[in-house]
Structures are given as structure tokens and as C-alpha cells.
Design a protein around this ligand. Structure first.
Ligand code: NDP
Length: 481
């Protein structure tokens, strides 16, 4: 365990408190989940590793075009009966899945932390409970679709592609509303984090979900591409990078497939001089260091009112120095491993561009493990709006700090981004919150908090952050005709 506080001599020494991995049964190899069963794929296979140790965890099948076709056909075959089933019956399956997620929550959380690298306290307290909450919430809608305002006719078969930052949670965001509305799904998890999706396949079996309603195909970008361009699907739902989002938008242009894209972000977290500063510091830390900054709505641009800049920066550095980085399974860990070597390279590269463009880097002093993928919590000052670290999604634990003088300057700087997913405002004045929120071009605006998620609340972006909403009543629109 690497403790930033112990190596800098500040704070307490914590004894390691590792969560046991004994609860998890990782098989040496996994097939694809098609039509209710695990089957061997026709393609090759790939390895999934622990990003904290680089240990190979399992060999996973890579679905080829024939496998994608088989999964889509299974979903099509199952769809009519699933849609005809009374909503109250579909709801029972969703409730059952939600309860099994709760019952197996410790197992899922440990598996997620091993495969993804995120701290166990986040997978245990955020990812898994919110995933269960999505199934509970949309179970409640299944027999009330006629009151949704979007009709009650499902689209058919949904092809869903998800990223590696919240593997089970993104799966829940995609599958729960689709099933509640009477659609069936084929979902591809990210190449680096397939294991909780495969565990979810077991949960579908345990819940006696009719075969073909949920199909899970593992693989890389090629599998995702084959899925979204398959003529047998009616709807594409994607979360990931803006670049791949663009490729998908082009691939489905001219077809009658419905599309929702949840893409990147470069959120402004705006702190005024009347804010409760220690509370704001907690929100800044949560905004950018939660999940190692692998969060599309991360508060990666801090905008500080100029007259409190020095004070806030000192408090922030002090707080960052107490963050504990290390073993994802240790219950004390605040910051875990970067999800992949590729992502680590991207974070390093953009940070070096920040250095080269003249920004000043400050990072928490700590010893990094020699194995695995690690990047210390870092901030840059002296950042201008033209800097690439102020414009591009770094998707890592790296904060760019800028200043402003007036509310209108804060809004102008916050909106000066190709993205528009989220924003945060820290101030004591309610009127200022309402005014700012109405002027910020962001799908979600948090006030005196950050990174709060709830299944009842719609989430989605403007501009290059994508289109469509997930969550809440609005999330049903994407799955109804
Ligand atoms: P991608 O957008 O490549 O990955 C997201 C998902 O799409 C994965 O399942 C991926 O498969 C799949 N995919 C890749 N190419 C295609 C394609 N042509 N057609 C269909 N599906 C495809 O993100 P990366 O993992 O490459 O991360 C790159 C950057 O994207 C990050 O640095 C970050 O900035 C951003 N990102 C943003 C996310 C967000 O939530 N906004 C989430 C993840 C990344 P596979 O895993 O096999 O590549």
C-alpha cells in the first residue's frame, strides 16, 4: 500500500485493511453469453489483467461477426415474447436482478476493483448500490410506461457498447431501462473490464431471465463496430470517447436505428469567494480524484475566484497530500490504479504537453508501486484556456486550475469548451446558483456538491458530450417508439 500521507510524514499511519478476494471465483476462461448460455466464440481470445498488479486474471472470448450475428438473432427471437409480457411481469425480473445484485454486492465489488483498479470503497459504496438502484427504479416503470409521456411501444433489439470506467454501473444504466420498456439487448463491455458483465450473465441465469433477453458479447473495438453496424438492431446506445462516438454516428447515419451517445466532458468546477472553502475542497477532490479521474463528468477544470486563489490552493494541496493511493482492495485506499497501460500513457502524454505549454505541475509526493499502472494526484496552475490540458479530456487524476473575477467571466470560461456534460458551482448565494445554472451549457449542474448520481435523475450532455438522456423518466424515451 502506498500512502501519500505516510511518505510525506503527515497524517496517520494506517494499517492495511484489505478486503478478501476469497469471495470471488474467477474462472480461467470465459465464453460469450448468448441465448441464455455461455458459448465458445468463433473468434480468438484475449486476456484481462489486474491494472494494480498486471496479473492475468482470465482469458476471455473475442466475439467475431458470426458471434455478433448469433447474439442479435437470439435477442430478436426473444423480443416479441418479452414485449408481450405484462409490464408487471417484466418488473418482477428486474426486481429479482436488483435483489441479486444486492445479495452478491460484496462479490461484485471485489471483482470490479480487481478488474478495473478502482478502490473497493468506491465499488462497494457507489458502483454496486447505484447499479442495483437502477434496476429497482426501472422495475417500477415497467408497468407504468403509458404514463411516461413517450408511449409504451419498445424499439426492438438494442446494441449497447460501454466503457471501462464504471463497468457494472454503465451496464445497469443501459440494460435496466431497455428491459423495462420491452426491448432485448446485446451488450459489449470494454476489453479491459469484462468480468463484472460476465458475472452479470450469471445473475441473469440466477434470476431465470428468459434466454435471449440479455446477451453479452466480449471483445475489442472490432466487436463493438460489428454490433453497432449490424442491420438486425433497432437502437444503438454508446458511452465512451467522442472519437468513437463520431465513428458510430457515421456508421448509423442513413439507417433507421435510433442512437444515444454519452461521450466525454471537461467540466468546470466553479468556486466563488463566499463558498464554504473546506467543503468546496472536498468537492474538488471528489470531482477529479474519484475513480482516478476516469469519469466523463469529472470536474477537471477548476475555476477559482481570483481573490481566494492562494488560500484555496493551499487548502487543496494539503488535502491532496492526505489521499491514500494503492491497493484497490484496501478499504483505506482513496485513489486506485489507472485502468490500463494505454490510458496511463495518454495521461502522461497530456500532462507533458501541459509542462511544455508552460503550466506549472504540482503532484502529491509518494512512492509508486513498480508493478501496475499508477499516476499520482496532480494539479496544474498557470493554465490558460488555450492550453490543451484545459480543453481535452485527460481522463485521469489531473486537475487544471484557472481563475476568474466575475460571475459572467466564470460562465464564459466554463462554456468555452467543445464539451457540455456537467458543471459545479460553489457559493452561498442561491440566486447566483440559479442564474449560473441557467447560463451554463452543461447537462448536469451540481450546486455545493459534485458527482452525485441517482437513477431518478436524467444524465447526458450538450455539444460534443453527446445526445440523449439516461436515467429518470427521460431515460425511457431512448427505448420507446
Ligand atoms: P473508447 O471510446 O474506445 O471505448 C468505449 C467502448 O467502445 C469500448 O467498449 C470499446 O471497446 C468500444 N469501441 C472502440 N472502438 C469502437 C468502434 N469503432 N465501434 C464500436 N465500439 C467501439 O474509449 P477508450 O477506452 O479507447 O478510451 C479513450 C479515451 O476516451 C479516454 O482517454 C477518455 O478520454 C475517453 N473515454 C471517455 C469515456 C466516457 O465515459 N466519456 C469512457 C471511456 C473513455 P474496447 O474497450 O475494446 O476498445
Amino acid at each position: 500500500m502506498v500512502s501519500t500521507s505516510s511518505t510525506t510524514g503527515r497524517g496517520f499511519e494506517y494499517a492495511p485493511a484489505p478486503e478478501s478476494r476469497a469471495i470471488v471465483d474467477i474462472k480461467p476462461s470465459y465464453g460469450l453469453f448468448i441465448d441464455g448460455d455461455f458459448v465458445d466464440g468463433h473468434g480468438s481470445s484475449f486476456k484481462t489483467i489486474s491494472p494494480a498488479t498486471e496479473e492475468v486474471l482470465a482469458e476471455v472470448a473475442e466475439a467475431d461477426d458470426a458471434d455478433v450475428d448469433a447474439a442479435v438473432k437470439a435477442a430478436r427471437k426473444a423480443q416479441k415474447a418479452w414485449a408481450r409480457m405484462p409490464g408487471s411481469e417484466r418488473a418482477k425480473y428486474l426486481y429479482r436482478i436488483a435483489r441479486i445484485i444486492q445479495e452478491r454486492s460484496r462479490e461484485i465489488a471485489v471483482l470490479e476493483s480487481i478488474d478495473n483498479g478502482k478502490p473497493i470503497k468506491e465499488s462497494r459504496d457507489v458502483d454496486v448500490p447505484i447499479a442495483a438502484a437502477h434496476f429497482f427504479y426501472y422495475a417500477g416503470w415497467a408497468d407504468k410506461l403509458e404514463y411516461s409521456g413517450f408511449g409504451s411501444t419498445p424499439l426492438g433489439v438494442a446494441g449497447q457498447v460501454i466503457p471501462w470506467n464504471f463497468p457494472l454501473l454503465m451496464l445497469a444504466w443501459k440494460i435496466a431501462p431497455a428491459l423495462a420498456c420491452g426491448n432485448t439487448v446485446v451488450l459489449k463491455p470494454a476489453e479491459t473490464t469484462p468480468l463484472t458483465a460476465l458475472l452479470f450473465a450469471e445473475i441473469c441465469q440466477q434470476a431465470d431471465l428468459p434466454p435471449g433477453v440479455v446477451n453479452l458479447i466480449t471483445g475489442a473495438g472490432g466487436t463493438g463496430s460489428a454490433l453497432v453496424s449490424h442491420p438486425g438492431i433497432d437502437k444503438v446506445a454508446f458511452t465512451g470517447s467522442t472519437d468513437v462516438g463520431r465513428i458510430i454516428a457515421k456508421a448509423v447515419a442513413g439507417t433507421d436505428k435510433r442512437v444515444t451517445l454519452e461521450l466525454g466532458g471537461k467540466a468546470a468546477n466553479i468556486v466563488f469567494d463566499d463558498a464554504a472553502l473546506d467543503q468546496a475542497v472536498e468537492g474538488i477532490v471528489n470531482g477529479i480524484f474519484f475513480n482516478q479521474g476516469h469519469v466523463c463528468c469529472a470536474g477537471s477544470r477548476l475555476l477559482v475566484q481570483e481573490n481566494i486563489f492562494e488560500d484555496l490552493l493551499e487548502r487543496l494541496k494539503r488535502r491532496m497530500s492526505t489521499l491514500r493511493m494503492g491497493d484497490p482492495l484496501d478499504k483505506n485506499t482513496d485513489v486506485g490504479a489507472i485502468n490500463s497501460g494505454e490510458q496511463l500513457m495518454r495521461i502522461r502524454e497530456l500532462s507533458e504537453i501541459g509542462d511544455a505549454e508552460g503550466a506549472e505541475r504540482w503532484e502529491v509526493a509518494c512512492d509508486l508501486p513498480t508493478k501496475g499502472f499508477w499516476f499520482p494526484p496532480t494539479l496544474f496552475t498557470g493554465v490558460s484556456q488555450a492550453h490543451r490540458i484545459a480543453r481535452e479530456e485527460i481522463f485521469g487524476p489531473v486537475l487544471s486550475v484557472l481563475t476568474f473575477r466575475t460571475p459572467s467571466e466564470a460562465v464564459a470560461k466554463a462554456n468555452n469548451s467543445p464539451f457540455g456534460l456537467s458543471a459545479g458551482i460553489w457559493t452561498e448565494k442561491g440566486s447566483r446558483i440559479l442564474q449560473m445554472a441557467s447560463e451554463l451549457r452543461a447537462g448536469v449542474v451540481w450546486a455545493n456538491t459534485f458527482n452525485k448520481f441517482d437513477p431518478t435523475s436524467p444524465f447526458g450532455g450538450y455539444k460534443e458530450s453527446g445526445y440523449g438522456r439516461e436515467g429518470g423518466r427521460h431515460g425511457l424515451e431512448a427505448y420507446l417508439r
